[in-house]
Design a binder for this molecule. Structure first.
Ligand SMILES: Cc1ncc(COP(=O)(O)O)c(C=O)c1O
Length: 411
């Protein structure tokens, strides 16, 4: 419903713009009949998990898609990152270098692997690890470098790989937001020692839950296959000679999730096209809206992008602060977020002393952005309605802000 006065805003008890929550996740869903059909054979054969036919088909299709030798399907991406950090540590308790501006789960994963996160600053443009910041903290305690691909760029992969090679330190990538993207014209999947992807429902490929690792390192692939299945069926001595300290776990993907992911993979290109259409509508809205700037997803470089996220920067011309803007939009039914905030070295679970680190770019980025609703639940009509709301908020910003402050004081 169109807002005529600020009393019409949901935050001031007016009707909500969206009757159901608009997500910041992809939430693709193939036709339910197709899903039931793909499950029928495995269900009837009671071949439900443990390296089943759908998992194997998914792994083969993902190898083709990424142009990579090995794909290891897992219960989720977090386990993939944990397992890799554990394998690369080779039995040592050391440090994993990672960006301070990233997904909040990353430090948790490396701590499960018995490692300490070593936060580095990020590059202003790619939002990924800044190679100079990494070079400054490499030490004999470093067991691996975890680079992260963001919605706008896979980051400085060559520079980081070169640094890793020079110091004999494995570099691996969290490519969860890099699916379908290229680096120097080549599809992501075979960079670093390994890359990790998620099949969570909010991601581009939906397996409800799930994840996978891609790698061109056959030995590493074999180790990960033992690891995901309690170290069954056992390892070859020549792989162990490479200095692996393999701890088994249960990280298997089951057939129900693999079936969903397979259907989602078949439809991936159409999903990316739909994301692109939504992104273009957002582009038009933010081109004409003073104070909010849409961050480029990097497609002007000629590299392939997946248009999965829409991130907006709040500027001086925007009359509300970030908290006020978040509250306003959430009240209207948007599951909007502040995007990687706080910076990881400021979060509650970091090792003592982290908060004192001087990481100015990560710090600054973590205070500037909003993550807008995207994905299949957001029609272009919804985006236009959101655009209308933002224009309204821009026009009446001073009055909205004053009323929110008064309400805050009264509470
Ligand atoms: C960048 C990034 N890495 C890793 C993960 C973990 O993925 P999963 O939910 O599959 O464990 C997420 C989840 O949101 C993520 O955003």
């Amino acid at each position: 419903m169109e807002k005529k006065t600020i009393n019409d805003l949901a935050i001031f008890s007016g009707p909500r713009l969206f009757d159901s929550l608009r997500s910041i996740g992809q939430l693709t869903a193939p036709p339910v009949e197709a899903y039931l059909e793909i499950l029928r054979t495995v269900y009837e054969a009671r071949n439900l998990t443990n390296d089943g036919a759908l998992v194997r088909r998914l792994e083969a299709n993902l190898c083709d898609y990424h142009g990579v030798q090995n794909c290891i399907a897992l219960a989720n991406a977090g386990l993939g990152l944990t397992m890799l950090a554990q394998v690369f540590a080779g039995g040592r308790a050391g440090e994993v270098i990672m960006p301070a501006f990233s997904f909040r789960g990353l430090p948790h994963f490396v701590r499960w692997a018995g490692q300490i996160p070593r936060f580095c600053d990020v590059d202003e443009t790619t939002h990924g690890l800044d190679p100079a910041s990494v070079a400054a903290v490499i030490s004999d305690r470093t067991t691996s470098i975890l680079a992260v691909a963001n919605f706008n760029s896979p980051g400085c992969i060559d520079e980081l790989s070169e640094l890793g090679d020079r110091h004999g330190i494995p570099v691996f990538l969290d490519s969860v937001y890099g699916l379908g993207c290229t680096y120097k014209g080549v599809m992501l999947g075979g960079y670093g020692r390994a890359e990790v992807y998620s099949l969570h429902a909010t991601k581009l490929l939906n397996g409800f839950e799930g994840g996978y690792v891609t790698t061109n390192d056959d030995n590493l692939a074999e180790v990960l296959r033992w690891q995901r299945n309690f170290t069954f069926p056992g390892w070859r001595p020549e792989t162990l000679e490479a200095g692996c300290h393999v701890l088994g776990t249960n990280a298997k993907l089951n057939e129900l999730h693999a079936g969903m992911a397979l259907l989602s993979l078949e439809r991936l290109q159409q999903t990316i096209e739909r994301n692109k259409s939504r992104y273009k509508v957002y582009q038009e809205i933010f081109n004409g809206l003073e104070g909010l700037t849409l961050l480029s997803c990097g497609d002007e470089t000629g590299e392939q992008r997946n248009y999965e996220m829409v991130i907006v920067e709040l500027g001086a011309g925007w009359p509300l602060d970030r908290e006020q803007t978040l509250s306003l939009l959430r009240a209207e039914g948007c599951a909007i977020g502040p995007y990687y905030s706080p910076a990881l070295h400021r979060s509650e679970h970091c090792p003592p002393g982290c908060g004192d680190l001087a990481l100015p770019v990560a710090e600054s980025l973590s205070n500037r952005y909003l993550q807008m609703p995207v994905g299949e639940q957001m029609s272009t009509g919804d985006i236009n309605a959101l655009g209308g709301l933002l224009r309204f908020a821009r026009r009446h910003g001073e009055a909205i802000s004053a009323r929110l402050k008064t309400a805050g004081r009264a509470a």
